[in-house]
Design a protein around this ligand. Sequence first.
Ligand SMILES: Nc1ncnc2c1ncn2[C@@H]1O[C@H](COP(=O)(O)OP(=O)(O)OP(=O)(O)O)[C@@H](O)[C@H]1O
Ligand SMILES: [Mg+2]
Length: 156
Amino acid sequence: MPVVLVHSRETIKMGAPPPSMNGRAIIKIDCSPEEVKIGRRWVGDWVYDHGFPADAGDAAEMVASELITNALRHGDISGGAIEVRAFLDVTGGAVLEVLDSSDRPPLILGEDPTTEGGRGLFLVRLTTRELGWRPLRGGGKSVWCVLNAERDPAAV
Ligand SMILES: Nc1ncnc2c1ncn2[C@@H]1O[C@H](COP(=O)(O)OP(=O)(O)OP(=O)(O)O)[C@@H](O)[C@H]1O
Ligand SMILES: [Mg+2]
């Protein structure tokens, strides 16, 4: 019996991320593949500096790398820069946002093992507490997630 693979095109929920409490930081990086590393490391450092354990910083770097690479590959980068934001939400969770100039929503392409690609956001969704996107007032969008990380009480 052949296995039928359905390649789903699931949309990611649209809406704002949880409200910001503090710790808000923003970096703008140039639209080039070399800059992905700068954005990724900036996120990892922010997570560690805000009282999350080192392994949470490593996981955040993976997620940041996926979202920034997507902004470069699929987003409209005519604005010349990709903005990356990090902040603590009202529960103390860590929120990461990556902004690009395209209005097209991100998609979960599913788990089709026969295709190349389409894994990035599937993995981001699996490894984060929440994944969403929102259109921005002046055009473009933010793709955001709440990291699956607990702050070290001794560091808070
Ligand atoms: N920032 C974005 N702007 C517009 N579309 C996006 C954006 N991010 C993702 N998408 C859409 O969602 C799809 C799934 O993204 P995903 O990261 O899962 O896969 P991919 O980037 O195609 O491949 P890879 O497995 O290498 O990440 C993309 O193919 C694209 O169509
Ligand atoms: Mg991707």
